[in-house]
Design a protein around this ligand. Structure first.
Ligand code: NDP
Length: 277
């Protein structure tokens, strides 16, 4: 299943994440995922495994054009020239000429000017055809509004934490209003939602696993997801979510698990204050 981003480029709705996947298992893990059928890989400069992601893609034997590669610029590379150079570093490690989707990993609320300069570099890379789409990650609505005021290309995506314990609907609604697709990171809350009684009940009734139920909930909400696993059986399990449907009652029951801010597994983006000087 594919989604069309605001610039007309298509991307798979379900992909494979590699955050915290150790470099020595990344290429085998990525190759395994591609064998199962995944065609989107989400990595980042700060995951220190871009080189191994590239190796895994080549090892799969698939043509470069068949795999959608997404990576992120880390904050220490923000600034116009620095971010252009960050593209070269990432593309070099991945072993590709063009990156499908390049994101700013997170905003620097205390140095937003530098964040905007980094985004300007993404706009240049897009205009030059070095990337097919650009976006952001961990941006709150006020940060998105500020960015939209000071840039010309509307981000194709905003990658933020979303799962049943943190439905993040305010950020998702802002994105929907402005044509920015939501990518849900930590879609199964790093496993924390899988033991929830509501998730387990829906899984039992539908004859699916808890992870499949939660991933299906994301897909039906229209978000893009890329669960991470280094376990072959789970990699396969997480991909088998397109042959069943959750009804409205199940969707609502899962959404009702939202705990607001208390449900986050990661920090609130308003609290990022690292200054890379
Ligand atoms: P996930 O919600 O994908 O959970 C991954 C964890 O759940 C791992 O411990 C994995 O274990 C386990 N798991 C995976 N599948 C199953 C299953 N079917 N049953 C039981 N347990 C399972 O967490 P992530 O934080 O990795 O998020 C996914 C991706 O989102 C990342 O890999 C990254 O690409 C992106 N991300 C982006 C962030 C950002 O700031 N932009 C922040 C965090 C994530 P095991 O591997 O041992 O099988």
């Amino acid at each position: 299943m594919k989604l069309t981003m605001n610039n007309g480029v298509e991307m798979p709705a379900l992909g494979f994440g590699v955050f915290q996947t150790p470099p020595d298992v990344t290429s085998a893990s990525v190759a395994e995922a591609l064998t199962v059928g995944y065609r989107l890989i989400d990595t980042a400069a700060s995951y220190f495994n871009e080189r191994e992601v590239g190796e895994g893609i080549r090892r799969s034997g698939l043509d470069r054009s068949e795999v959608f590669i997404e990576t992120k610029v880390w904050i220490s590379d923000y600034g116009y020239d620095e971010t252009l150079h960050a593209f070269d570093k990432s593309a070099g490690k991945l072993g590709v000429d063009q990156i499908d989707l390049l994101l700013l990993h997170q905003p620097l609320p205390t140095r937003f000017d530098r964040t905007v300069e980094a985004y300007r570099a993404l706009e240049t890379l897009l205009a030059d055809g070095r990337v097919r789409a650009i976006g952001v990650s961990n941006f709150m609505p006020d940060m998105l509004a500020d960015l939209l005021d000071r840039s010309t290309v509307v981000p194709a995506v905003n990658q933020v934490e979303v799962h049943p314990y943190f439905t993040n609907d305010l950020v998702r609604a802002y994105g929907a209003e402005h044509g920015i697709a939501t990518e849900a990171w930590s879609p199964i809350a790093q496993g924390q939602v899988l033991g929830d009684p509501v998730v387990k009940r829906i899984a039992e009734v539908s004859g699916r696993t808890p992870a499949q139920v939660v991933l299906r909930w994301h897909i039906q909400r229209g978000d893009i997801v890329f669960p991470k696993s280094v376990t072959p059986q789970r990699v396969k399990e997480n991909f088998e979510v397109f042959d069943f449907t959750l009804d409205d009652a199940d969707m609502n029951a899962l959404s009702a698990l939202d705990k607001g801010e208390a449900g986050r597994t990661g920090p609130n983006p308003d609290d990022f204050d690292y200054i890379p000087d």
